[in-house]
Write a protein that binds this ligand. Structure first.
Ligand SMILES: Cc1ncc(COP(=O)(O)O)c(C=O)c1O
Length: 390
């Protein structure tokens, strides 16, 4: 079978590989502590489950759903956005439900990029920005995110020859994997930059509601942003609903419409009971988020303090699900993570999985209970005493 050049060019998705490795160790009887994925271990809200079950009993909901989602779902997104960011969106024109934000990233790339175009991609990154770009025949131009620059891209350093071909700028704050946040001043600069160079900004805000100090801003809070930007949101991390596959695209109406057109030619919309469950989630009081974030805050405190005491220098995570910690000097991230897994059964993700600029770091997920995090840190402490010299 001759497969397409696209499929042949795709790397294996690194978490699919990780899952294989993990299953093999578990089958061998190892008590694995998986801190490698941003897959919330806490349950979805009970009001959401109840609404899902209730709606699933109605046979009317077993039919094909609306391609672009129920009007009531659009309205719930709009009300949530208004409450959370003080930004007013038009329900049908400026919001589009997605089967998770991951598919939205690929659809946005397909909606605006042509072969030979350039997309500006942060490095390290959520890898879908790269595959979304290359699958259209466009080329990624990597923008290193450096600790010394608070993990914000240096937009002014991009050569003008690159900017002439660039159509799209990917941004992601709160950031995966570095756990960095961007403030409004950065978004103002980014919006002005996009206007100057005729770029579309695609801001991935999948971690909008997991925060510990300040609430992260939306790029759409910047006046005029919706002329040059779209933003992706998700219920996966926001309401512990990763398996439900609910995301949405908001912002520039031309791009929202283009993605809707593409999607309706390829998929058939979201199962209606899930849409009703999503509406129930979006209507939960803010106290639900605050209580859930208090659980993550305790885990973050344990992990950041634990990593620093083990010599794995970690910055304080202000938002998102990860701690970004430095690998001991002289080790490659992949080798260290692999050694650690073999010694302790604790699975972390090497920063290099997210791009060359992630080398030297580990991404540690907070999606395990405090007792498991404590056990992981104890095992790591014991193992690090035996760490071979590089
Ligand atoms: C930065 C980022 N964006 C998007 C996603 C995809 O989320 P979902 O498709 O579950 O909405 C993830 C998932 O881990 C992520 O880390």
């Amino acid at each position: 079978m001759q497969l397409s050049r696209l499929v042949q060019s795709l790397p294996p998705y690194h978490f699919a590989e990780t899952q294989k490795k993990l299953a093999a160790r578990q089958a061998a009887g190892v008590d694995v502590i998986n801190l490698s994925m941003g897959d919330p271990d806490l349950p979805a809200p009970s009001a959401v489950i109840e609404r899902l079950c209730q709606a699933a009993h109605d046979p009317e909901n077993h039919r094909y759903p609306e391609y672009r989602g129920l009007r009531a779902l659009h309205e719930a997104f709009v009300a949530w956005f208004q409450r959370r960011f003080r930004v007013t969106l038009t329900p049908e024109e400026e919001t589009l439900p997605l089967l998770g934000s991951k598919e939205g990233l690929a659809y946005v790339a397909a909606a605006v990029l042509n072969p030979g175009d350039v997309a500006l991609v942060p490095d390290p990154n959520y890898t879908v920005y790269v595959t979304g770009t290359t699958s259209t025949g466009a080329h990624p131009y990597l923008l290193p995110l450096r600790e010394s620059h608070d993990y914000l891209p240096d937009l002014e350093s991009i050569p003008s020859s690159v900017l002439q071909q660039a159509r799209l700028l990917w941004l992601n704050y709160p950031n995966n994997p570095t756990a960095a946040c961007a403030d409004q001043a950065f978004f103002e600069r980014a919006v002005a930059f996009a206007r100057r160079h005729d770029l579309l900004i695609v801001h991935d805000m999948a971690y909008a509601e997991v925060y510990f100090e300040q609430r992260p801003p939306s790029i759409l809070e910047i006046p005029g942003a919706r002329e040059v930007a779209v933003e992706l949101h998700s219920l996966s991390k926001t309401y512990n609903m990763a398996g439900f596959r609910v995301g949405w695209l908001v912002g520039n109406r031309e791009v929202v419409d283009a993605v809707g057109r593409l999607k309706s030619n390829i998929d058939s919309g979201m199962f209606r009971p899930i849409q009703h469950a999503a509406i129930a989630a979006l209507q939960l009081p803010d106290s639900w988020i605050q209580e859930r974030n208090a659980v993550y805050r305790r885990r973050r405190d344990l992990l950041v303090a634990g990593c620093n005491s083990l010599g794995l220098r970690a910055r304080q995570t202000q938002a998102g699900l990860y701690v970004w910690a430095a690998v001991p000097k002289g080790f490659k991230a992949r080798d260290f993570a692999s050694w650690l897994f073999d010694q302790t059964g604790v699975l972390l993700t090497p920063g290099s999985n997210f791009g060359v600029a992630g080398e030297g770091y580990l991404r540690i997920s907070m999606t395990a209970p405090e007792e498991r995090i404590e056990t992981a840190l104890q095992r790591m402490k014991a193992a690090l005493r035996e760490l071979p010299r590089p």
